[in-house]
Design a protein around this ligand. Structure first.
Ligand SMILES: [Zn+2]
Length: 344
C-alpha cells in the first residue's frame, strides 16, 4: 500500500499464501452428485451442511471441507453434508486468473427456482440444479467465503430473528452484516434459497466471510468457525471440537460483544479511479462530511454520522459499486432460539 497525494491510499497487493490443490480425489461421492458428500448418522438430528467454493477464487472453505473429508469427520447425530460448489470456476483459478469467481453466472445470485429453471445455459445454474434437491433438506447451512479486501471476518445473514440468534450464539466471528430486508437488488444468494429466507420456516443459513481471499489466516478463521458451527449444531461433541481446534476449548476465542451492521446505501464509482483514504479492511466509521475517498478528483464524503465503510470492491469501474455505506445497529437480546440447538 502506498500513499498518493491528499492522503489517498492505493489498494494493497495481497500475496497468495494459500495453495490451489487438485480436487479430483473428491469428485466421486456417495450422493451421485459430483463433489457433494453426505453422511447420515442414522440417528435423529439436524441436516447440517458446510459448503465451499460458492465462488471459485475463495479458497479458505475449500481447504476446510477437504480437511473435514480427509479426517473422516462423521456426524454423531443427524446428517452432515460437505460440498465444493463451483469447482468449474475453481479450476480456472491459477496465477494468471485470481478473479475466477464464476464461469458464466455468479453462483451466489441465482438461488431462486424460477431463475434456476429458466437458465438452461450457464454451468452455474446446471450445478445449482444438481445440488438443489439436497439443499432443500438442509436445516443449518454454513457457506464459507472470503473477500478481496476485508481482513476482518464477518457473517452475512438475513435479518431474521432465528438467523441472528444462531450467529449471535456462534459469535465467531463477532461481526454481522445484515442483508437488506426483502430487497433483492443483488440477486438470490444460496442463503436466500427456499426455507432459509422463509420467516415461518426453521432452516438457518449463514455466510461466513473469513478474511482475505489469499491469506493463510482466512483458512484458520474458516476452520475455527466451522468447528464451532459443527459443535453448536450437535454434529460433533465438545470433546471432538476441542481436539480438532484446541483454541476453541477455553472459550477465549468467543467474543461476547456482537457488532451488527446494516447496509444503508451503495456508492457507485463515477470514474475508473476511486481510491479510499482509509484502510481497505472495511468497518471504518466516519463522522458526517468526513473524507472517505477520492473518485477521480472528486471527494467522497460520509453522508451521516457513524457512517461505516463496508465491503470495498477491487478496482471498481465507472458505474460499478465501489463500496457501501452502512451503520452499526443497536444490539438486541435475541428472543428466539433455534429448535433442537444444544447451545453448549
Ligand atoms: Zn464469496
Amino acid at each position: 500500500m502506498s500513499l498518493l497525494g491528499a492522503g489517498v491510499l492505493t489498494p494493497p497487493d495481497y500475496p497468495v499464501e494459500i495453495a490451489r490443490v487438485d480436487l479430483g480425489p473428491y469428485r466421486e461421492t456417495n450422493t451421485g452428485v459430483d463433489y457433494l458428500h453426505s453422511f447420515d448418522s442414522g440417528r435423529p438430528g439436524l441436516h447440517v451442511m458446510v459448503n465451499a467454493l460458492t465462488h471459485g477464487n475463495e479458497l479458505c472453505g475449500m481447504h476446510v471441507v477437504r480437511r473435514l473429508l480427509d479426517a473422516g469427520v462423521r456426524p454423531k447425530s443427524g446428517r452432515l453434508t460437505l460440498s465444493f460448489a463451483n469447482v468449474a470456476a475453481y479450476e480456472q483459478f491459477g496465477a494468471q486468473h485470481l478473479g475466477a469467481r464464476f464461469v458464466e453466472q455468479d453462483f451466489n445470485r441465482i438461488w431462486y427456482d424460477d431463475l434456476l429453471d429458466a437458465d438452461t445455459q450457464s454451468v452455474e445454474a446446471a450445478r445449482a440444479r444438481e445440488m438443489r434437491p439436497l439443499v432443500r433438506t438442509v436445516d443449518r447451512l454454513l457457506d464459507l467465503h472470503s473477500t478481496w479486501h476485508a481482513l476482518l471476518p464477518f457473517f452475512v445473514l438475513a435479518p431474521l430473528p432465528r438467523v441472528r440468534s444462531l450467529a449471535d450464539h456462534l459469535a465467531l466471528p463477532p461481526r454481522q452484516l445484515l442483508l437488506p430486508d426483502g430487497i433483492w437488488h443483488e440477486g438470490y444468494h444460496l442463503i436466500d434459497y427456499g426455507a432459509f429466507r422463509d420467516p415461518d420456516a426453521s432452516a438457518v443459513a449463514l455466510i461466513a466471510e473469513c478474511g482475505q481471499h489469499f491469506a493463510r489466516s482466512s483458512v484458520d478463521q474458516a476452520w475455527r468457525t466451522t468447528i464451532r458451527f459443527l459443535q453448536v449444531t450437535a454434529v460433533i461433541d465438545a470433546e471432538a471440537a476441542a481436539s480438532r481446534c484446541p483454541s476453541l476449548a477455553s472459550g477465549e476465542m468467543i467474543e461476547r460483544v456482537i457488532e451488527r451492521y446494516e447496509i444503508v446505501q451503495p456508492v457507485i464509482a463515477m470514474t475508473d479511479e476511486l481510491c479510499l483514504t482509509c484502510s481497505y479492511a472495511g468497518f471504518v466509521s466516519f463522522a458526517k462530511g468526513e473524507l472517505a475517498a477520492f473518485d477521480g478528483d472528486q471527494p467522497v464524503l460520509a453522508p451521516f454520522d457513524g457512517a461505516v465503510l463496508l465491503a470495498p470492491r477491487p478496482e471498481p469501474r465507472q458505474g460499478q459499486q465501489a463500496f457501501s455505506w452502512g451503520r452499526r445497529v443497536a444490539d438486541h437480546r435475541p428472543n428466539w432460539a433455534p429448535k433442537n440447538e444444544p447451545h453448549r
